[in-house]
Design a protein around this ligand. Structure first.
Ligand code: HSE
Length: 416
């Protein structure tokens, strides 16, 4: 019998307890041992369950119990969860987690500490919810040099964008619904401002390129400024708007970015809707491989956590933590150097003059026709490829002329 403790009985922690209980027989067959939840640590009261004999508010009840071999950390954040993870390693307990903030921030140190203590630190559930992606990157694709990763890595924002596009719902209404489904983070700012997706692309990139990719250095933009009108313009381009997290290798440096982007309906990520996530990995041997599934929610995420527990039990005496060395130079390329095409939407005071100025400023802009042009005095166009720095200069020039009242939207067009 293998004893597990769950730290944090929130959406994911309670899902882990439920999956272990529900599938105990098949889990025991796969693991080769029975697995039971011996303790649940949480400072809150749960009058509706779980079994009160499992619950404790005292961390020492967990850490002082040498029969607990595996700790599931589903507290989240990089505060007490960090302390508890280090404590578990120092007591030679394996740790499984869904905590992307902790890994993205302290991954190199925690992986090192786990190895020094001969225990595993597994975090399949930290990216893509129930989608297997960490293990495939670490193991199944290990023969490849990975050149790039592009993904939809946040279920909440994908759900919101899908609801806005398909149902015409407004942003806050769609966010409320995502929270009710248990997709969103405790503080949904991390979802809607792109920080959650940023941590996830940082984790995937650190694994893929065998070096630490610091989430704090990744350019990150959320979806709060996206409107249903932008989506209608995308539709005119036979495209959709998605929150895209991407990274790619460029020589000995890496470019990574999280931002809303217009992607053509022919792009493999364009049909990924609702809470689903998908990740396209570019390997030099395999070519493109795509991973798809439910990226958030109680049971899909618990599915990945429990799979990690089973993996530890099957390989109890071995541990295989990768290391993510920190480079002694800035390994990330600045956003200003990156090149893409853009979609720009402006409100005008004098549409003809504005159009003339745009033609003189941008090389071969392609204007899009939308009914709002007449009604609201709007112009929208796509540009040729240019660097972000060049684009920013041109957008500033638009803001400076009298014929243009306001630059409403600037969106990247993702082509790869
Ligand atoms: N808030 C996250 C999401 C949960 O919406 O994707 C899963 O990491």
């Amino acid at each position: 019998m293998i004893n597990v403790a769950i730290l944090g009985y929130g959406v994911v922690g309670s899902g882990v307890a439920e999956v272990i209980r529900k599938n105990s027989r098949s889990i025991a067959q796969r693991a080769g041992e029975e697995i039971q939840v011996k303790r649940i640590l949480d400072i809150r009261d749960f009058p509706e369950g779980p079994d009160s004999s499992l619950l404790t508010k005292d961390a020492e009840v967990v850490f002082g119990d040498s029969s607990i071999a595996i700790v599931v950390e589903t507290i989240g954040g990089a505060g007490i969860a960090h302390e508890f993870t280090k404590k578990a390693f120092s007591l030679k307990k394996h740790v499984v987690t869904s905590n992307k903030e902790l890994i993205a921030t302290h991954g190199p140190e925690l992986l090192k500490m786990a190895s020094e203590n001969c225990v595993s630190y597994l975090f399949e559930a930290s990216v893509g919810g129930g989608i297997p992606i960490i293990r495939p990157l670490n193991q199944c694709l290990a023969a490849n040099v990975i050149n790039g990763i592009t993904g939809i890595l946040n279920g909440t924002t994908n759900y919101i964008l899908t609801q806005m596009r398909k149902e015409g719902r407004d942003f806050s209404d769609a966010l409320k619904s995502a929270q009710e489904h248990g997709y969103a983070e405790a503080n949904p700012t991390a979802d809607i401002e792109g920080h959650d997706a940023c941590r996830k692309i940082a984790i995937l990139s650190s694994i893929a390129y065998n070096e630490f990719v610091d989430c704090n250095a990744i350019y990150t933009e959320g979806i709060t400024k996206i409107s249903v009108i932008d989506m209608q313009y995308a539709e005119l381009m036979d495209s959709v708007i998605k929150l895209i997290a991407m990274s790619k290798k460029a020589g000995d440096r890496i470019f990574a970015r999280v931002s809303p982007a217009i992607i053509s309906k022919g792009h493999p990520l364009s049909n990924v809707e609702d809470v689903f996530n998908a990740i396209v990995v570019k390997g030099d041997v395999i070519g493109d491989a795509m991973f798809y599934g439910r990226g958030a929610g109680k049971l899909p995420t618990a599915s990945a956590v429990v799979a990690d527990i089973i993996d530890i039990v099957r390989h109890f005496d071995s541990y295989g933590n990768n290391s993510w060395p920190r480079k002694d130079y800035n390994n990330l390329i600045d956003i200003s150097e990156s090149e893409t095409r853009y979609f720009v939407r402006v409100k005008t005071r004098n549409t003809e003059e504005a159009r003339k100025f745009i033609r003189n400023t941008f090389a071969a802009p392609e204007f899009l026709f939308h009914i709002r042009q007449e009604a609201e005095g709007e112009l929208a166009f796509t540009t040729e490829k240019s660097t972000e720095a060049e684009l920013a200069g041109k957008v500033d020039a638009l803001k400076g002329i009298g014929a243009i009242k306001e630059v409403v939207s600037v969106l990247r067009i993702e082509e790869e």
